[in-house]
Design a protein around this ligand. Structure first.
Ligand code: NAD
Length: 271
């Protein structure tokens, strides 16, 4: 039997780190917070409604890490800054930010309401800016640096019909992540983007009937011929797939992995 050149790796550790995940009461953010806690991090569950955030935080606290639930609308500058100040006071400076909160609104561009455009851009881009600015300030002040992870999408790389502000915002997050990678390097701050394909979270479950109606096809056809059409195997990406990518970015020890995007999509998009 030959000796493997690379030994099987032990689980990545986040022990002693504090991670704040936005939109963590549901879907991808919730699973990322659970996986980070499994890896030893103290986790901050930030979401719109305190009760939802608290329920997730309480469940994760059973594993023995410290948790904190924060009501935070990521589009509200005062709420974001107050939330980060609360974290600093109760758990210390944030070491890992996952800027994940997101919404989806679908319509053809000729019918897209300007108010809906602004609402979606605010959650993804204003939210990405406000939360990363607050995290960078704490990471510089702590002297420990840290890891900023933006939740992009295959729509950071590709377009789909009916999603004009979403595709624009997700492309924009790649630019923001690259700027922070350059500005943050001197402080040990890394900045990266995860680009998932379709994952069956509440956000996607809502889109299936909406797209079926807009496109005049069945829900099964939306899944088969729209959402998973270009994957290599017709499979949905899972919350665990995305959480493992987030764990890798969070635990990476150097600036070797910064300014990057990782597409986790069953081959829907290939770099
Ligand atoms: P989800 O609807 O399950 O969860 C989104 C969470 O964000 C909710 O808990 C919601 O309350 C919260 N949120 C919404 N607006 C907010 C605001 N203004 N401030 C704070 N929190 C807010 O959705 P999900 O699928 O888990 O999506 C999470 C992220 O992943 C989004 O950025 C989404 O664009 C991205 N994404 C999802 C998929 C997918 O297929 N599910 C694919 C690619 C990217």
């Amino acid at each position: 039997m030959t000796t493997p050149i690379v030994q099987a790796s032990t689980q990545l550790s986040l022990t002693g780190r504090t991670a704040l995940v936005t939109g963590a009461a549901s879907g991808l953010g919730k699973r990322i917070a659970e996986v980070f806690a499994d890896a030893g991090a103290n986790v901050v569950i930030a979401d719109l409604k305190l009760a939802d955030a608290q329920a997730t935080a309480d469940a994760i606290a059973q594993t023995g890490v410290k948790t904190l639930a924060v009501a935070m609308d990521v589009t509200d500058e005062a709420a974001v800054d107050a939330g980060f100040a609360q974290v600093q006071q109760q758990l210390g400076a944030v070491d890992i930010l996952v800027s994940n909160a997101g919404i989806q609104i679908v319509a053809p561009i000729e019918d897209f309401k300007f108010s809906d455009w602004k609402k979606l851009i605010a959650v993804h881009l204003d939210g990405g800016f406000l939360t990363s600015r607050a995290a960078v300030r704490q990471m510089i002040a702590s002297g420990r640096g840290g890891s900023i992870i933006f939740m992009g999408s295959v729509h950071s790389k590709e377009a789909s019909k009916l999603k004009s502000p979403y595709v624009a915002a997700k492309h924009g997050l790649e630019g923001l992540a690259k700027v922070i990678a350059k500005e943050g390097a001197a402080h040990g701050i890394r900045s990266n983007v995860i680009c998932p394909g379709f994952v069956r979270t509440p956000l996607v479950e809502k889109q299936i009937p909406e797209q079926a109606q807009e496109l005049g096809i069945s829900e099964a056809e939306v899944i088969r011929n729209v959402m998973l059409k270009d994957t290599v195997d017709g499979e949905f990406t899972t919350v665990d797939d995305v959480a493992q990518a987030a764990l890798t970015f969070a635990a990476w020890p150097s600036n070797a992995l910064t300014g990057q995007s990782l597409v986790v999509s069953h081959g829907w998009f290939m770099q």
